[in-house]
Design a protein around this ligand. Structure first.
Ligand code: AP5
Length: 221
């Protein structure tokens, strides 16, 4: 199956970032994560970053017009047309989904498949509260599985330091889950009605989930 463009949909902690790493390798797609783009803007103290930071720290969604603006600009790049794109964390509202449909059609970017990774809330809370990241190579870890914690050197790139995302605190996680159920979960119906949705059980190990995704894409794993 040749894949042009893909959306990874799912609640916070579903494993979108974890699965994206394998899928972009497998299909040669460009990985665009709105979360990573926004965190980069916060880090660089850009105007966008300054506007986004308070929403992100509180676990709220950044306003649609800001996120749609950065995605619209990025999708216009020649690399997106050449490689195809994997969107991780976008769209997250019906307004964003409609805007994306318009941009894809206007830029003639081709077909879009939506993979929804479903995981129960209790498991999401465990995954998010134990997530740790490398500040240099951005590798994603979990304290239970990988035995790393804040301040440790990154076992992958060895130069980076392990940190915890500011929105992985208990209150922010609860708010992110509330926002997911109210604003993002309706996209499952939206894409299902348009016959674009593949739903995957996101419990089990990252490898098991990856194999399920590949099996659904009829490629085998
Ligand atoms: P974003 O960075 O997109 O965060 P998110 O959607 O909340 O998703 P996460 O990155 O938290 O989780 P993930 O599904 O990628 O899971 P991961 O693979 O890391 O967005 C952050 C913020 O930016 C938002 O809250 C919002 O403010 C803003 N934003 C972004 N996009 C926006 C948009 N479109 N509109 C408005 N605002 C936007 O895995 C999590 C943990 O679980 C890791 O420790 C991992 O190792 C572990 N894990 C993963 N898979 C498994 C598995 N199968 N088994 C065991 N452990 C696993």
């Amino acid at each position: 199956m040749s894949i042009r463009n893909m959306i990874l949909l799912g609640p916070p902690g579903a494993g979108k970032g974890t699965q994206a790493v394998h899928l972009v390798e497998e299909f040669g797609l460009l990985h665009l994560s709105t979360g990573d783009m926004l965190r980069g803007a916060v880090e660089a103290h850009t105007n966008l970053g300054l506007q986004a930071k308070c929403f992100m720290d509180a676990g709220d969604l950044v306003p649609d017009e800001l996120v749609i603006g950065i995605i619209r600009d990025r999708l216009g790049g020649a690399d997106v047309r050449d490689l195809g794109v994997l969107l991780d964390g976008f769209p997250r509202t019906l307004v964003q989904a409609e805007a994306l449909a318009g941009v894809i059609s206007q830029l003639r970017l081709g077909e879009l498949i939506v993979i929804n990774i479903a995981v129960p809330d209790e498991l999401l809370i465990r995954r998010l509260s134990g997530r740790r990241m490398c500040d240099t190579c951005s590798e994603i870890f979990h304290i239970d599985r990988d035995g790393v914690d804040v301040g440790d050197p990154c076992p992958t790139c060895t130069t980076g330091k392990i940190y915890q995302r500011s929105d992985d605190q208990v209150e922010a996680i609860a708010e992110r889950l509330r926002n997911y159920h109210a604003k993002t979960a309706p996209l499952i119906k939206y894409y299902s009605e348009r016959d674009m949705l593949i739903s995957i059980d996101g419990s089990g190990t990252p490898d098991e989930v990856h194999r399920r995704v590949m099996a659904h894409l009829e490629l085998g794993a």
